[in-house]
Design a protein around this ligand. Structure first.
Ligand SMILES: Nc1ncnc2c1ncn2[C@@H]1O[C@H](COP(=O)(O)OP(=O)(O)OP(=O)(O)O)[C@@H](O)[C@H]1O
Ligand SMILES: [Mg+2]
Length: 259
């Protein structure tokens, strides 16, 4: 689905998704999906429960590889490379993910953020310190916890844990951060913090966020794709999709007539 570029600036495609179909066993879950995702933008996936938002998001860093019944056809390109032929560890280093429920590892705050860099072979203490502090700062968490780096991460509040998970993703120096309903377990204040953070992060990263919350999509995203029963019904600049939807189904959904 091509987007009319009203920005007067060239949009760089990070992902190109073409004619993608996906089934879990006999169940056809994604139906001929084509859309592009643009660099340094926030793209939101919205739509009713079960319409395939998380499934498409997981395709972008091949998390569906882990599901044996999952069959995918069509093309996924990441920076012009065929995702299916990429080394999956490299792909997931470039394309990080933050999940619905904050899932810090049961270890210190410091070790959570240092975990990925250590796994990729960085052992130098000064270098690790630099990555950990820088990532915590980028995730807007450092000032709150700088005296607690050795404390167990499970002692943080839910909102802090989610920002820690974002710091953990950032520590791998990704290009893209995928977020699957990152604020659905958080209170309104913690949610606002994450939304502000997303706005800052898009200067350095490309972000794709699944959200059930349409206000959140309008607050944080530049582009929105509306999913219904495995199809992308409409994809456009967020402002345009919400203020001037071109399809009746989109209009019905955003005005709360179903879903
Ligand atoms: N591992 C799986 N095995 C079989 N079916 C699955 C699997 N994961 C998801 N599904 C099915 O695929 C469809 C799409 O699921 P998906 O999780 O992508 O929806 P979603 O849009 O993210 O919904 P929600 O808003 O509730 O998170 C649903 O019908 C779901 O039951
Ligand atoms: Mg989901």
């Amino acid at each position: 689905m091509e987007i009319l570029n009203r920005e007067n600036k060239e949009l760089i495609k990070v992902f190109e998704i073409k004619n993608v179909n996906l089934s879990y066993g006999e169940k056809h879950v994604l139906k001929d999906i084509s859309l592009d995702i643009y660099k340094n933008k926030v793209t939101a996936f919205i739509g009713p429960s079960g319409c395939g938002k998380s499934t498409l998001l997981r395709c972008l860093n091949r998390m569906n590889d882990l599901i044996s019944t999952c069959k995918v056809t069509g093309d996924f390109k990441y920076n012009n490379q065929d995702i299916m032929n990429m080394n999956v560890v490299d792909l997931r280093t470039r394309v990080g993910m933050v999940f619905q429920n904050p899932n810090p590892f049961p270890m210190s705050i410091y070790d959570n953020v240092a975990y990925g860099p250590r796994c990729s072979g960085i052992k130098n203490k000064a270098k690790l310190d630099e990555i950990v502090i820088d990532s915590l700062k980028k995730a807007s968490l450092y000032d709150e916890i700088k005296d607690r780096l050795k404390d167990n991460a499970l002692g943080l509040s839910g909102g802090q844990q989610q920002r820690l998970c974002i710091a953990r993703a950032i520590a791998m120096k990704p290009d893209v951060i995928l977020m699957d309903e990152p604020t659905s377990a958080l209170d309104p204040i913690a949610t606002l913090k994450i939304e502000e953070l997303i706005q800052e992060l898009k200067n350095d990263y490309t972000i794709v966020i699944v959200t059930h919350n349409m206000q959140q999509a309008t607050r944080v995203s530049d582009y929105t794709a509306f999913f219904l029963l495995g199809e992308v019904i409409e994809y456009d600049q967020t402002h345009e999709l919400f203020s001037n939807p071109k399809k009746k189904k989109t209009e019905d959904y955003i005005t709360g007539r179903f879903g």
